[in-house]
Ligand binder design. Structure first.
Ligand code: SF4
Ligand code: SF4
Length: 204
């Protein structure tokens, strides 16, 4: 883990916790580590042991860089299972979403950079079309991954990646899980306005 300075790196554990609580609207200090959230989280087994309760602990202890870059912050599906199970009504998904936005503001990459590419492709695509068109979003995601790999001059890796992804895409298409059509949502201007409004909000 790098020890470089980044926006928020100077904050004390107390200030960081207050900031997360203000932004996410969740009273994480009421967490008593009962782990009910961890038992229901659908991605907890793929986050390198970072469960929702551990994410809250990281924030409270002021492990800022880890909180912003760990796998749960970036893999959280925002399904709210943790919130419905929590006896203190803590929606850890909102905490994870807040941390992800702060990591993007600070220019910090997640532990696996592909998560950031997925996030960007998903976000750009929803903003542009008001909904997700699978072929467009996945295309942008793969191009971003390829570009990152090209910057590292790993040509073989690009070829094997493209081969594996083409096979995967073909299989999804064959099973009618990948659609080639593009649709836009009637409310996309409204989505764009909401985004601009929230992006202009000043925090610390
Ligand atoms: S369920 Fe709620 S109180 Fe229990 S560990 Fe999770 S966040 Fe904390
Ligand atoms: S909202 Fe996120 S942290 Fe909570 S259960 Fe769903 S995936 Fe896990």
């Amino acid at each position: 883990m790098s020890t470089e300075e980044f926006q928020y790196s100077h904050l004390s554990a107390q200030v960081f916790t207050s900031e997360i609580m203000a932004r996410s609207g969740q009273d994480i200090t009421s967490c008593y580590q009962c782990k009910r959230c961890a038992a229901g989280c659908p991605v907890a087994e793929q986050t390198d042991m970072v469960t929702p309760n551990r994410l809250i602990r990281m924030v409270i202890l002021g492990d800022i860089e880890q909180a912003l870059t760990n796998q749960l912050t970036w893999k959280c599906l925002f399904c709210h299972t943790c919130g419905t199970r929590c006896p203190n009504n803590i929606k850890t998904g909102r905490v994870a979403d807040t941390l992800k936005k702060m990591a993007l503001d600070a220019g910090l990459d997640p532990q696996n950079p592909e998560y950031k590419n997925f996030h960007k492709a998903f976000f750009n695509h929803s903003l542009r079309w008001g909904k997700i068109n699978e072929i467009g979003m996945m295309g942008e995601y793969e191009l971003r991954n390829i570009w990152d790999t090209m910057k590292k001059r790993k040509v073989r890796k690009i070829i094997s990646h493209m081969k594996a992804r083409s096979q995967f895409a073909w299989e999804m298409f064959r099973q009618k899980r990948l659609h080639l059509s593009f649709h836009s949502s009637k409310g996309r201007d409204e989505i764009s306005r909401l985004y601009k409004k929230s992006a202009g909000r000043k925090w610390i």
